[in-house]
Design a protein. Structure first.
Length: 114
């Protein structure tokens, strides 16, 4: 399957472009380094089901899940929506809880369905 992904938009969101074709990494922000324990199960599920089974803790106090197929972005956005709602409750500006969240206050979200 050939994917047409706007990589500029991808990078503005919580996903990273990787050296592997059609593979991305998801970054979960942890504002202030504080994350409710209930979200760790979701992070674990994304890593095991969609990623390569690992989670990297970033120097900016976030989680990065590598090895994700870009075809699965919409499914993952839906799965991480409870984390996004929790971040919204913490004051992070999020307009579309089901569509992922911007990494740097950008309003557009990455989706394969247009």
């Amino acid at each position: 399957m050939i994917l047409y992904i706007d990589t500029k938009l991808l990078k503005k969101n919580a996903y990273r472009v990787t050296k592997q074709r059609d593979i991305t990494a998801l970054r979960i922000r942890v504002p202030g380094g504080d994350l409710n324990i209930k979200y760790l199960d979701i992070i674990k599920e994304v890593a095991e089901k969609y990623g390569n089974g690992t989670v990297h803790i970033t120097t900016r106090q976030g989680f990065e899940i590598p090895g994700i197929s870009m075809e699965k972005i919409d499914e993952i956005n839906e799965l991480i929506s409870p984390i996004i709602r929790g971040l919204k409750d913490e004051g992070v500006q999020i307009e579309d809880e089901e569509g992922g969240y911007p990494a740097r206050r950008h309003k557009k979200r990455v989706s394969l369905h247009r």
